[in-house]
Design a protein around this ligand. Sequence first.
Ligand code: FAD
Length: 397
Amino acid sequence: MVPSQSYEVTVVGGGLGGMTAALALRHQGLRVTVLEQAPQLGEVGAGIQTAPNASRILLGLGLRRQLEAIHTEPLDQVRRRWQDGSVIGLTSLGQHCKDRYNAPYWHYHRADLHRVLMEACLDPAGPGPAVEVHTSSRVAELDRSDPARPVAVTDDGRRYAGDVLIGADGIRSRVRDLMGAADTLEFSGEMAFRALIPGDLIAADPATRWLVDRYQSTIWYGPDRHLVHYMIRRGEFLNIVACVPCTDEVAEKWTVAATTQDLVDAFPGWDDRVPAMLSKAKEDVSCFALYHRRRDPVWMDGRVALLGDACHAMLPYQAQGASQAMEDAAVLAEELGGVNTGDIEAALRRYVGRRAKHAGMVQDASLQNKTFYHFPDGPEQRARDEKLRRFEGESDL
Ligand code: FAD
């Protein structure tokens, strides 16, 4: 429903959450300005998964043709034991998700997914007014002297007024600080390596060829660490996420460059196929400390509200952080669409009411997976593996 007044929304942050929100709000006929601190819009060189909950939202925004051009579809998700790669669980994805959830489970290169969202936001032929995007625009302050027109002020003094302001500025959200919300960030004690391995290197080696025979999302479970990998761009790259205890250096700096050898060395004694695979990583391996937020009910103040990692940063142990941000975006747009400016605060309250509890449950479940994935070998690990075997074929996405 198009509101009787098409009012202005300022979105701070042009990541996957901010751009999905901008597009969803555009679809409601609202005039959206995105302020992004980076000189160019884009995403890191890594993979991302969208389970049916997020794929459904993206498809609902009219992106089917564009997503079909960039996605890779895993048939299933296989869980393997660290020492010998034996299968401890298999969850059907592929056709199963489409049949059961009426939406697919897809993998992408993050930059591709972000580009699709950006192009849809800017497309002059799209529904509603095209989104206005300002890069090199780091929001440093909010001027809320008129509570009905919050103003985002950039660090070089530019001012952007709107009828509502959304902080989609990520885990270290400045908007959140300026709202006076409590600091709910916690260090997990773990860090993640990210790497891309060229698919042709994987295919050329008999030790890793099996990875391209059948597109699967794979999780290896081991004592105090786990490893995730899946293909993106239909086999152009194998995406690697390796979560291990954090070193002091990474904890202090948040993020450091790492080498392929660092990545291989993080899995001593694992099944030979693991080092055979990891040793093929390109040299631009990155490594960063994993932080998450405690469950957090403070998502809004007046006409300023938060979305995505700014309010519910979670461990990536369910691959749901961006997907939850997309759910925020869809609900926010549903609530803001169709209301007049006088009803914006009530619409934001409904948004928070519909989203905070659910996102909190996903935050908690992601944190619980830190223990569940990392049991040392012993009774708890055996009970977990037994549970995963029974779970085979089912998923609840
Ligand atoms: P961000 O992506 O952090 O975007 C915030 C944006 O705001 C950035 O562009 C930043 O430059 C900008 N910004 C920050 N401050 C300012 C400012 N003051 N002014 C202007 N702009 C500003 N999620 C999934 O759903 N599926 C997955 O498979 C998945 N895999 C993951 C794997 C790993 C290893 C990790 C760490 C996370 C993973 N996630 C996944 C989680 C996901 O990456 C995040 O939850 C998601 O990117 C958050 O999106 P966002 O838009 O809220 O924040």
